[in-house]
Write a protein of this length. Structure first.
Length: 270
């Protein structure tokens, strides 16, 4: 009597299980936060440039500004210094490095949530951006700038600046994901110059020439600066705060839309 043939058990393929969006988000954010300490060469200019611009601008125009009734020029320029500090700060260079080393290509074939890849980096960016506002606020306090809204106003000032920095970071991420090129990402800060220099950078809008004042009317940074300045000089101006937040959101629709589209293209390209 012949022996029955051995039955080979079926082998079930092992598949990686998705960890969930929140866990993926926190994992990406933790890695990005840990990498901040290794990129001090990008943080030092983010602090030195605002201090330099504040000192030069106030030093050059303080006497002129005294001819404008009711204008405290140091308080007027503090939000500009904050904008210089927080705009363009992102982990986009890290994304380029991951693309060039092949790490990003390996990452997107895992079950990690694609949206978490971008938003996790932006969570780390927000932490860093808000931290960068602290030295600028301290500098303002040292030179005599006081907030009419007190400590809650200072916190609101920092959060609005952080929100703008987060919104603007969509542009360098879009460029990083689309090109995978460090030079292109470094040039993304140039996008900010039309935003800032065609607005109430040096003088109030009523002192500007008619054509530049008209351009400033359509510049979202005009309203963000007005919201920040209102917290220092006016108190809780809810209209100014509302307009500033809406303006930042309008830019965010464009910047984050471009970043998500570039992420989708990069993920499908592998």
């Amino acid at each position: 009597m012949s022996a029955a043939p051995a039955v080979t058990p079926a082998i079930t393929p092992i598949r990686a299980r998705k960890a969930g969006f929140l866990r993926d988000l926190l994992s990406v954010a933790r890695r990005a936060v840990r990498s901040i300490s290794r990129d001090m060469e990008t943080l030092i200019p983010a602090l030195l440039i605002p201090v330099f611009m504040f000192a030069v601008t106030v030093g050059a125009l303080q006497d002129f500004a005294e001819n404008i009734p009711g204008l405290d020029y140091r308080a007027f320029q503090l939000p500009v210094a904050v904008m210089f500090a927080v705009t363009g700060i992102s982990r986009a260079i890290t994304v380029v490095t991951d693309i060039q080393t092949g790490y990003f290509a390996r990452l997107v074939i895992t079950p990690v949530n694609r949206l978490a890849l971008l938003l996790g980096l932006m969570v780390a960016d927000f932490v860093l951006i808000v931290a960068l506002t602290v030295p600028v606020v301290i500098m303002g306090y040292v030179v005599g700038v006081r907030f009419e809204t007190g400590l809650p106003g200072i916190l609101a000032f920092m959060l609005i600046a952080g929100f703008w920095g987060l919104i603007f970071s969509g542009f360098p991420y879009a460029i990083a994901l689309k090109t995978g090129n460090v030079a292109a990402v470094n040039m993304s800060f140039m996008l900010f110059f039309p935003f800032l220099f065609m607005t109430t950078l040096f003088i109030p809008q009523e002192q500007m020439s008619p054509w530049l004042s008209r351009v400033a009317d359509y510049n979202p940074v005009t309203y963000i600066l007005a919201a920040e300045r209102s917290l220092i000089s006016e108190g809780w101006n809810l209209v100014a705060l509302r307009d500033g937040i809406i303006s930042a959101l309008a830019v965010g629709i464009l910047s984050l839309g471009l970043a998500l589209a570039a992420l989708k293209g990069r993920a499908t390209r592998k």
